[in-house]
Design a protein around this ligand. Structure first.
Ligand SMILES: *Cc1c(COP(=O)(O)O)cnc(C)c1O
Length: 371
């Protein structure tokens, strides 16, 4: 019997309980009234935003962050009823939809504020650029002007003020302190505090609790991944990775000595070898640069042989395995674990990029979602 409602036996298994446990672990570290804002941009870092949001809404979370207006629209279409904050810049013609659907927008510049139509009643989080150099108001002077603009526009609903750190995931960096000081000074310029003041991403929420204010934007570590290698070894609670990439062997054969495998015939067997074929490839996110990865087959870590193809990949088996044997490419099978960091190292990137690039062709399944 199929374990999934799909024909191809390649899937991403998402452990929603793990995500919730990561949230609970962080929440227990923070002051009780701190609002945790799950960041579910980029399809919840590849974990499937609709199901992640639905699961967390059932557990009382009620404000979610995405990067783009379109991600907010999609969440609404998928049934999310919570408040949604768009972290990126939205065009003004999105304002009517946002207003109607309780989507909170980021106000990132004076110019953007001044172009809000007179009839609009937007819910806004004002973004202050304290040293990230990406989006937001640039200076104390600009912040003062924004304060004036808000006082002149009672129809603008200032829900939050926020900033973003560039170096929160490092051991110690004076840049972090400078950003925090600037933010603290700039928020003093407002005559009253809005509902939310937030600065912390995962890294800051975990290791700079004095920078939490009253809400945190919890992204990568909600999915059980450390923000940086340094933090992996320096966090007060264990992360529970929520994602496994699983497939199974679809063909097994013993090849003669000197048989070539894959495009370019770049691999040739040194002796008679057992070769298994996996129905997963770079179009799924198993990028060609992962050639040095050793997937998990039962008790063994086995090498990929030949080049990774678009849809299929070959592995060298230590013995004959049955067609249908499960193979884990990312995550754990209970014996071995391949963390996202291992992929990241092979690809010379960061785990963030690993989970975001797993393609939509791979179905996400949620075995624990009913518990
Ligand atoms: C993506 C993002 C976050 C989440 O950061 P993590 O490091 O994944 O926790 C927080 N704030 C902003 C503005 C972001 O763009």
């Amino acid at each position: 019997m199929n374990s999934t409602p799909y024909y191809r036996p390649t899937y991403l298994e998402i452990d929603l309980q793990a995500i919730y446990k990561n949230i609970a672990a962080l929440q227990s570290q923070l002051a009780e009234q701190t609002t945790l804002i799950p960041v579910v941009k980029a399809n919840a870092y590849g974990h499937g935003a609709a199901r992640v949001v639905q699961f967390l809404e059932q557990r009382g979370l009620s404000l979610f962050a995405v990067a783009t207006p379109d991600e907010a629209v999609q969440l609404r279409q998928e049934g999310c009823t919570s408040e949604i904050l768009v972290l990126g810049i939205s065009p003004h013609h999105f304002l009517p939809f946002a207003e109607q659907h309780n989507i909170h927008l980021t106000a990132h510049s004076l110019d953007w504020l001044l172009k809000i139509p007179a009839s609009a009643k937007p819910r806004l989080h004002l973004k202050l650029d304290t040293g990230m150099g990406r989006i937001g108001l640039q200076s104390e002077q600009e912040v003062r002007q924004a304060v004036t603009l808000f006082s002149e526009h009672p129809n603008w609903d200032l829900q939050g003020i926020y900033t973003h750190f560039a170096t929160a995931d490092e051991a110690e960096n004076p840049h972090f302190t400078r950003q925090l000081e600037r933010f603290e000074q700039w928020i003093q310029l407002f005559p009253e505090r809005p509902r939310y003041i937030h600065a912390a991403n995962s890294a800051a929420a975990i290791q700079h609790q004095h920078a939490v204010f009253n809400a945190v934007r919890f992204g990568i570590s909600m999915y059980g991944i450390a923000p940086s290698n340094w933090m992996k070894d320096n966090t007060p609670f264990p992360f529970r990775p929520a994602m496994r990439l699983v497939t199974e062997i679809v063909q097994v054969k013993q090849v003669a000595k000197e048989t070539s495998i894959g495009y370019g015939a770049s691999y040739t067997s040194a002796e008679p070898e057992w070769i298994g074929t996996l129905p997963v490839g770079y179009a799924d996110g198993l990028l060609r640069g992962l050639k040095g990865l050793s997937p998990i087959v039962e008790e063994a870590r086995v090498p990929i042989v030949g080049k990774i193809c678009m849809d299929q990949t070959m592995i060298k088996l230590p013995k004959e395995f049955k067609v249908g044997t499960k193979v884990v490419l990312l995550g754990s099978n209970g014996v071995h674990t391949i963390p996202a960091e291992e992929w990241a190292e092979l690809l010379q990137t960061i785990p963030y990029e690993i989970c975001c690039q797993l393609s939509t062709r791979v179905p996400r399944i949620y075995p624990q979602s009913d518990k």
